[in-house]
Design a protein around this ligand. Structure first.
Ligand SMILES: *Cc1c(COP(=O)(O)O)cnc(C)c1O
Length: 353
């Protein structure tokens, strides 16, 4: 069962909505002892591994809603601007719905796996000589002028679908976490999670709300800097956004929850990326690692207070996308395997045995 069927009482759907689903959601919430040890002070750390969605990112939660509603409204085509994962998801759900999908991407800025997915699902992909923010402006104008549905996260149904991530975390923990950490790009996801938690509290499913901790990459941290970044830079391409579409909502989530939005450096992202793979056993894409990099950094700055014995607090980090999305990055930040003679002794020697 996908997220629409599981959570339909919380979503703007009716019996007439054609549900376009790939059985998205229901992703694991993995306990992460190696991260918790680094945080110390008695906290539990959980990783919501969204890389296990059908197209390998959390975007599928929102896309099942956006494409289902587009079909319900009679739309024959969807369009999006994308740093990669939105387009992969839009392309897959459009293929399933048998509608057209038009994707505008910044030239050369899309991770290989994401581009491959978008193309193999049959989307019409157009690269522009510009950045994501310019691509989004073009797609907004295109969908204003033509009967094509915009499926970027400014589409409210995207946010509706994505809020189901918060429901799943609460259903699993039996309460809301104390802290909820995630990477922030266009800020749709922080908006969606906050909406999900808030609605669950209103419905009496949870008693308290988490503090939202959003992390941007230092070279593309418009919300932290308080200004649009004209040329955002970061190796975490999924959060390489200079002018977030849901900027205001992200600040609201931060302020209403008593949380923060802070930045992490490229080195901190890569370090967290490697810890996740090496010690936790989860390969997430660099943008995802920003959530873990963020809590490790804040722990180093003394942000998390020492818990009293018997007190329990959960920190949930969302790992937004799968590491295989961006294989180049993994290869680039590691040593290449040595090549030796085709002899057992040579392999033993190299293996240190
Ligand atoms: C889209 C995306 C983000 C950023 O989410 P926003 O809703 O744009 O803030 C982070 N990580 C990954 C892997 C993504 O695909």
């Amino acid at each position: 069962m996908g997220v629409i069927e599981r959570y339909k009482e919380y979503l703007p759907v009716s019996d007439k909505t054609p549900v376009i689903s790939l059985e998205e959601g229901d992703t694991p919430l993995v306990n992460a002892e190696p991260i918790a040890e680094r945080i110390g002070k008695g906290y539990n750390v959980w990783l919501k591994y969204e890389g296990l969605n059908p197209t390998g990112s959390f975007k599928d939660r929102g896309m099942t809603m956006a494409v289902s509603k587009a079909v319900e409204e009679g739309s024959k085509a969807v369009a999006c601007a994308s740093t990669g994962n939105t387009s992969a998801s839009a392309a897959a759900f459009s293929a399933r719905a048998k509608i057209k999908c038009i994707v505008v991407i910044p030239e050369g800025a899309i991770a290989l796996g994401k581009l491959a997915q978008t193309l193999i699902h049959g989307a019409k992909v157009i690269a522009i000589k510009g950045n994501f923010d310019q691509a989004l402006d073009i797609v907004k104008e295109l969908t204003d002028k033509y009967p094509i549905t915009l499926v970027n996260s400014i589409n409210p149904y995207r946010i509706e679908g994505q809020k189901t991530g918060a429901f799943e975390i609460c259903d699993k923990l039996g309460k809301a976490p104390y802290y909820h950490a995630l990477p922030v790009g266009n800020a749709g996801n922080i908006t969606a999670y906050w909406k999900g938690y808030t609605e669950y509290k209103e419905k009496g499913k949870i008693d308290s709300l988490p503090k939202m901790l959003g992390f941007q990459a230092a070279g593309s941290a418009p919300i932290v800097e308080g200004k649009v970044i004209k040329e955002p830079k970061t190796l975490a391409t999924a959060i390489k956004i200079g002018n977030p579409a849901s900027w205001k909502q992200a600040e609201e989530a931060r302020d209403a929850s008593g949380g923060m939005i802070a930045k992490v450096t490229e080195e901190e992202i890569i370090e967290a990326y490697k810890i996740l793979a090496n010690e936790v056993g989860i390969f997430a894409e660099p943008a995802s690692a920003a959530s873990v990099a963020g809590i490790l950094k804040k722990a180093g700055e003394g942000y998390f207070e020492e818990l009293k014995p018997g007190d329990e607090r959960d920190i949930v980090c969302v790992l937004t996308g799968h590491g295989l999305k961006d294989p180049d990055r993994a290869i680039k930040c590691l040593d290449h395997p040595p090549i030796v003679e085709a002899k057992l002794e040579a392999v033993l020697k190299e293996a240190g045995l």
